[in-house]
Design a protein around this ligand. Structure first.
Ligand SMILES: [Zn+2]
Length: 162
């Protein structure tokens, strides 16, 4: 069932004219890795061509929505949950990569474009536990600037008292 969620007026990506564009949503499926998942797809509709299309930013949204459906089905942490865990210790995406010993840009990818592997998911989950975070921080000490290291260590230890 297609549902109109709103109407916008802008230059249409299909016919090139400026007109009213209904924004529609419906359940669709997509292959993500090894699995076909159902997710809520958003499309624009051009009445002149009687055709649906996805502008680039909507395509990104749809991909994100499909990846989140995949994560739910596989019992993996959502992008939001990863961000939440990372921010528990006030870490930037780059610092969280360093903390867990991942390649630069890995956390950013998880939060925006790719799905973490099951063993990576396990590490992210574990890092919610401040004892594990402390252990990882000590292990990757040399990756951090000394002053920043001390500050993060302080924050990780603060969690001990809670
Ligand atoms: Zn059009």
């Amino acid at each position: 069932m297609k549902k109109e969620i709103k109407r916008i007026t802008c230059m249409c990506g299909l016919c090139g004219k400026t007109h009213d564009i209904p924004v529609l949503q419906y359940e669709d499926n997509m292959q993500i890795k090894d699995k076909e998942v159902w997710y809520l797809k958003t499309v624009y509709y051009c009445k002149n061509m009687d055709e649906e299309y996805c502008p680039e930013e909507i395509m990104d949204e749809n991909l994100m929505s499909a990846r989140e459906a995949y994560r739910r089905e596989k019992g993996l942490l959502s992008a939001k949950s990863i961000q939440h865990i990372r921010e528990k210790y006030g870490l930037s995406q780059e610092e969280y990569d360093k903390l867990l010993g991942f390649e630069d840009g890995t956390t950013k990818k998880w939060e925006t474009r790719t799905v973490q592997l099951p063993d990576q998911d396990e590490m992210i989950r574990n890092s919610w536990d401040n004892r594990y975070a402390k252990k990882m921080l000590e292990e990757h000490k040399e990756a951090f600037d000394p002053a920043r290291y001390e500050k993060i260590m302080e924050d990780v230890k603060k969690e001990d008292l809670l």
